[in-house]
Ligand binder design. Structure first.
Ligand code: FES
Length: 138
C-alpha cells in the first residue's frame, strides 16, 4: 500500500500513513487528521486544499484542476504555476507520496476546516497528462 508522508515547509515529517491505492488524497489527509483546509468539500472550486507534492508527483491531473489553475494564474496566482502543486481533492494516491499542505487551519481566517468530502474525485474526473520536469526531482 502506498505511504503518504506529510512534511512541513522545513521538511520535518508531520505524519506518515499508508492508504489503499486509489484513495483520494484529500480524503486520506482528512481521515488521518492532517491539518488541511478544504472549504468547498473537494469539488475543485476553492483551491484551499492545495498541496505541494515533493515526491511521487502524479503523471496525470484532472481537467477540473487544470481549468481552476488557469483561472487562478490569470488572476495573478503565480503559486499555481508549478508542476508539484495540486489540489488534493483532485489527486488519487497510487504510489508513495511526500506532500506539504498549503493552507492549514487558522481561526482568524477560516470559520472551519471546510465541508466534508466524498470518497471519489468530484466532478467526475477527465484525466489529462501531467509532465514533471527533471528539475523537480520526483
Ligand atoms: S478545491 Fe476546494 S477542497 Fe479542493
Amino acid at each position: 500500500m502506498p505511504i503518504v508522508t506529510v512534511v512541513d515547509f522545513m521538511g520535518e515529517v508531520q505524519k506518515e500513513f499508508t492508504v489503499e491505492s486509489g484513495t483520494k488524497l484529500l480524503k486520506a489527509l482528512i481521515d488521518h487528521e492532517a491539518d488541511i483546509v478544504h472549504e468547498c468539500g473537494g469539488i475543485a472550486k476553492c483551491t484551499t486544499c492545495r498541496v505541494t507534492i515533493h515526491k511521487g508527483v502524479p503523471t496525470k491531473k484532472t481537467q477540473a484542476q487544470q481549468e481552476r489553475f488557469e483561472r487562478a494564474i490569470k488572476a495573478g496566482g503565480t503559486q499555481f504555476d508549478h508542476p508539484g502543486v495540486f489540489l488534493s481533492c483532485q489527486v488519487v494516491v497510487e504510489n508513495d507520496m511526500k506532500v506539504s499542505v498549503s493552507e492549514t487551519f487558522n481561526s482568524v481566517i477560516h470559520d472551519s476546516q471546510g465541508k466534508d468530502t466524498e470518497d471519489k474525485v468530484t466532478p467526475d474526473p477527465v484525466w489529462i497528462d501531467h509532465e514533471v520536469p527533471d528539475w523537480w526531482g520526483n
